[in-house]
Design a protein. Sequence first.
Length: 196
Amino acid sequence: MFYYIEGTVTITDINLAVLDCGGVGYACQTTIATLSRLEVGAKTRLYTYCNIKEDAFDIFGFATLSEKRCFELLLSVSGVGPKAALGILSANTPDTLALAIIADDVAALTRAPGVGKKLAQRVILELKDKVSKDSQALASAGFSAPIAATAGSKSDEAAAALAVLGYSAGEIAGIMRNLDVASMTTEEIIKAALKS
């Protein structure tokens, strides 16, 4: 419904930011990472996700598109609702979430309040499938093949994780060309790519 809301931050609280847009205060539930970027009285833009139910109209706001994409990915997992997704993203940045999924790091997900081991395992299992589909999409675009020839599936997994974070195939290819992917693990490739 709303792609983003831009206005002046008037109130911040635990998991809440209120943006004044033309005299209307929009209450956006948000993550700790987004709240850390906001300053009361400053103008800002939050990318939004609207959750509409019979008895509620909730707006979730994020400072970056990658954080919003990760939130939407988490919601696609069965058993993960908006509160759990918000908790996971408050305990992990989009970058560390991608690393946790690739590395099967259940502990990184269970740091979020209300997320147990079973739910964390389900998140990893279901999102690995989505990362795999993104990898196939990259391959059909002609991107994955040169990387696969040099380093095998770990490069494909890293490229897929970067694609999930919102990087284009061209950006990923440019970054990968400058890395010695043959001597690195998947996690090291992702970390190095994010640094560059």
